[in-house]
Write a protein that binds this ligand. Structure first.
Ligand SMILES: [Zn+2]
Length: 284
């Protein structure tokens, strides 16, 4: 099983995770810029973080045979802090970098006027830089958040096929399917979407425009839940080809729209965790 995790925050994970992911078949990941838990107070904290997402983290992933790309944005939560607003001015520089395959995570957290403004500005940046967009949907009041997000997407004129709305569930999937946008699902250990629920959604809605991710970060999460979902699909009667479509070809197709996805020679990369641990010994 080859796996592309289209939404995972590796900055928050350890080398043990990379080893386990590589053993489970994860060959590629996209790491969206997000909220780090501790509020940032200046633009410099963001540029150091963005530099890490396009420099250090791809290098670290490479030690384990995992190809790493990133998405860059001012996240919805910190869009509310005026000290973070200058991040919008440095984004164009990052959106031109080779390893950046979308604008994200953008969207709504609490649906404030500040979030409205920052969301629209960043969708316009996606259009200007010819990049897809990764839209986070709020954990509270999800249906209203998705409706409002879709309205902003329509208004800004970006092609729906270049947008993914993430963290969907049974309540919000149909709205997004009918919009023509891609549907992202984050599989969590004990809340929200689980592998069995995901299998049911795939039965009901098919595999087209469906993306499955672990969204693993600094909270309770599990980077192997993409693999668990693939196994649950097989047990439920889906074919190997269905699993490959959802866990590999769909994310390749979505992020491939950036023209920057580089998966060359990936199958030749060492995925044996035994050979990928030099970074553990060499870190200073
Ligand atoms: Zn995320």
């Amino acid at each position: 099983m080859r796996i592309f995790d289209p939404h995972i925050h590796m900055t928050s994970r350890t080398t043990d995770d990379y080893e386990r992911m590589a053993s489970a078949g994860v060959r590629a990941v996209v790491e969206p810029a997000f909220w780090l838990g501790q509020p940032r107070t200046s633009v410099g904290s963001f540029t150091d973080y963005f530099d890490s997402l396009v420099g250090w983290e791809p290098f670290r992933a490479g030690q384990f045979g995992v190809r790493h790309h990133a998405t860059v944005a001012l996240n919805p939560k910190e869009a509310n802090d005026p000290r973070c607003r200058p991040v919008l001015d440095v984004l164009p520089r990052y959106l031109e970098k080779d390893g950046v395959v979308a604008v994200g995570e953008i969207g709504y957290d609490s649906m404030t006027p500040e979030e409205d403004e920052v969301f629209a500005v960043q969708l316009a940046l996606a259009v200007a830089h010819d990049l897809p967009a990764l839209v986070h949907t709020p954990h509270r009041d999800k249906a209203r958040g998705v409706e409002r997000s879709l309205a902003v997407v329509t208004e800004c004129g970006i092609a729906p096929g270049r947008v993914v709305l993430d963290h969907l569930n049974e309540v919000t999937v149909t709205l997004v399917r009918d919009s023509g946008c891609w549907m992202g699902f984050s599989i969590y250990p004990d809340t929200k979407m689980s592998p069995p629920r995901m299998v049911e959604l795939l039965r009901e809605h098919g595999t087209e425009r469906m993306l499955v991710n672990s969204a693993a970060d600094w909270g309770r999460s599990d980077p192997l839940l993409t693999r668990a979902t693939g196994e649950a699909m097989l047990l439920a009667g889906f074919t190997d080809d269905d699993v490959d479509r959802v866990l590999w070809r769909n994310p390749v197709e979505f992020y491939g729209q950036s023209g920057r996805l580089d998966l060359t020679e990936l199958d030749l990369a060492a995925v044996d965790p035994e050979t990928g641990s030099s970074i553990l010994r060499g870190g200073t």
